[in-house]
Structures are given as C-alpha cells and as structure tokens.
Design a binder for this molecule. Structure first.
Ligand code: PGA
Length: 256
C-alpha cells in the first residue's frame, strides 16, 4: 500500500512582515529536529524570497504562496505570476482558498486555470474545497464538494497528479474555533478520494494527499491526523505562533 507522507501547512494569510517572518523561522527550525513530515509555510508574497532563503538549508521546511495570478504575464496591475512566485523560491501555491472564493470571486474555473499554470511552472498546488454552513444545513455538502472538485480539476491529467494536494476546509470551521469532527473529516476525505478515483483511477487517487483545514489546534490535531484519509493539516490562526505550530507538527510523530 502506498503510504502518503504527512504534510502540515501553515497559512499565515495577511500576517507578518519580513522581520517577523525571519524571527518565526529562526524559532521554528530548532523545534523540528525529530520531525519527518513535510512542513510548509504559505507566506505573504513580500516574505517569500527571505523565507525561501532562510529555509534553504532546512530540508524539512518548504515555503509557498497563498495565491497567484491566473495570467502568465502582462498588463495585470497588482498581480503576481506563477513564474515570479517560483523564482522567489516557492515550491507550492494555495489555490481556491475559501477567502479567495468569497472575497475575491475566485470561481472553480479560475482555480482550474491557475492549477494548469502552476503545474506548468513547476509549482505544487494545494487546491482548497469546502462547503458553507448554508450548504451543510441544506445537506448538500457532498454536491458542493463534488462540483468544486470536478470543475477545479477539469482536464488536469492524471500523470501530473503528483503536483496536486487537496485541502478540505469547511467554510464554517475556518477561524471559528469549531473544527469538523475527525469522523466527519474522514467521511469527506474519503468522498474526495472516491471522486479522484472516478476521475482517474484507484492507484492515482491513493497517492494524492488530502489535508484538513479549519480551526486546527494542538489539541485536535492528533485525532484528525489519525484518520485514514487525513494526510495532513492546513492551519491558519494556530500557525501564526511558531511554538504552537510546532506542537501541531509534533502530532505527526504520534501516528503511523
Ligand atoms: P484557521 O484557518 O486554522 O484559522 O481556521 C485555516 C485556513 O483558513 O486555512
């Protein structure tokens, strides 16, 4: 059986100056000596270059961006291209985060365009999906996620699946302190894997990592990570403090 490595991603959102990023990484690195999992920091564009240089001799930590332009180059004032992100030292990019979807109108079609571009540029993509509270109350959680997945991944070739990570982030759990239960997360993750299997094949679907995000904390991380299809965590608020984030990362040491 293919063993998927655990991936823990800290999403800083619009937090931290270059100086703060430097202090954070200097604090985090020595806390990870025993860690074998893949630790990723999704930092603001302005910190990317500095953060990438700081982690360059630490094999455990990678840095990436939280968004990128759907366009390759041109007159798109204020946008940052996949190539620029890659050149700054990023190895991955988060696409379709619910804050991008709700505040900036990022549709599945846009996520799909970005995914293709990121892959062509050599960036791994973390594609986020997740239902709102309204969807959940209407019991259409699975329909929403199935549509987000099928439209966001449309036409993406299975041969490129190694450059894809999925993140299930229920919108009602983001920044609210209310996480999905480990059982609920497992059910949705296994549903997502089934969709990947239908889209591609079982073997390919087994290799794609699916992360859970939404109010992850040191206290709930171990049980979430113990679920068979929860291959890692996407952490917002609790990743802003290096020590707290390291506690979440250490939860990976207690499981398989
Ligand atoms: P949270 O954010 O951990 O603060 O809920 C998660 C995210 O938005 O990625």
């Amino acid at each position: 059986m293919f063993v998927r490595p655990k991936i823990i991603v800290g999403n800083w959102k619009m937090h931290k100056t270059i100086e703060e990023a430097q202090l954070y990484i200097e604090e985090l690195e020595p806390l990870l000596v025993d860690v074998r999992s893949d630790v990723c920091l999704a930092v603001p564009f302005t910190c990317l270059g500095t953060a990438a240089k700081l982690v360059s001799d630490c094999a455990r930590i990678r840095v990436g961006a939280q968004n990128m332009s759907e366009h390759e180059e041109g007159a798109w004032t204020g946008e940052i291209s996949a190539h620029m992100i890659k050149e700054a030292g990023a190895s991955f990019v988060i696409l379709g985060h619910s804050e991008r979807r709700s505040h900036f109108g990022e549709s599945n079609a846009v996520v799909n365009t970005k995914l293709t571009l990121a892959c062509r540029t050599g960036l791994q993509s973390i594609v986020c999906v997740g239902e709102s509270l309204g969807d959940r109350n209407k019991n259409c959680q699975k329909d929403v996620i199935a549509l987000q997945l099928s439209e966001s991944l449309a036409g993406f070739p299975r041969e490129k699946s190694a450059s894809l990570v999925l993140a299930y982030e229920p919108v009602w759990a983001i920044g609210t302190g209310k996480n999905a239960t480990p059982e609920d997360a497992q059910a949705v993750h296994s549903f997502c894997r089934q969709i990947l299997e239908n889209l591609w094949d079982k073997e390919t679907a087994q290799k794609v990592s699916i992360l859970y995000g939404g109010s992850v904390k040191p206290e709930n991380a171990p049980l979430l990570l113990m679920q068979q299809d929860v291959d890692g965590l996407l952490v917002g608020g609790a990743a802003l403090n290096a020590y707290t984030f390291s506690q979440i990362i250490h939860a990976t040491l207690t499981i398989r």
